[in-house]
Ligand binder design. Structure first.
Ligand code: FMN
Length: 169
């Protein structure tokens, strides 16, 4: 079993993913956590929708479930420090994270991080607790795009950037 877990972690470390910060604000307070689990679900429903998987012990997950609103901030490749900040690397109070990052409230009052390549403000549509993680599905209500489309990536346990490959053959 532990072999399977180790192989799973190694296998998944090879999937370079983009890095986002899920933020929320409302009656449960203001929280944010770094996630690589952001996934587009559909562009063609009633509204576009996306999902994020957040550990059940993360205060951000509990706050999203109460606030019923969140923002998925897709980080730009210059924002490693923002990723580390919201992953709790470097310690400090969770609430102080918002004093160290530039942000402003979106139309729905959710924290949109300055410089994020894209910020998707969402209303929580449904949530499923699957063992250790909440799978949160949001309907997108507003989107802010920055001038720079290059997203920060994380793969093989390090931050990375996407490079264009020449055609093969
Ligand atoms: C690149 C990266 C991706 C991460 N992705 C996720 C994720 O998808 N879901 C999650 O629950 N935690 C993820 N984490 C871990 C959290 O950011 C965080 O370190 C941990 O949940 C502790 O958060 P807290 O201090 O808010 O409790 C990721 C961390 C990093 C650095």
């Amino acid at each position: 079993m532990s072999d399977l877990r180790a192989l799973f972690l190694e296998g998944m470390s090879r999937a370079a993913t983009f890095v986002a910060v899920a933020t929320t604000d409302g009656e449960a307070g203001r929280f944010g956590v770094t996630i690589s689990s952001l996934t587009s679900v559909s562009a063609d429903g009633e509204q576009p929708s996306l999902l994020a998987c957040i550990h059940h012990q993360s205060p951000a997950a509990a706050a999203i479930l109460k606030n019923r609103m969140f923002c998925a901030n897709l980080l730009a490749e210059s924002q490693q420090a923002v990723s580390d900040l919201f992953a709790g690397r470097g310690g400090g109070e969770a609430a102080a994270r918002f004093d160290k990052a530039a942000w402003s409230a979106g139309a729905g009052g959710q924290p949109m991080i300055e410089g994020a390549t894209a910020a998707f403000e969402c209303r929580l549509a449904t949530a499923l607790l699957w063992e250790t993680h909440h799978i949160l599905i949001g309907r997108v209500t507003s989107i802010r795009l920055s001038e720079s489309p290059a997203a920060l990536l994380y793969g093989q346990r390090a931050y990375r950037r996407a490079v264009h490959l020449p055609e093969e053959g």
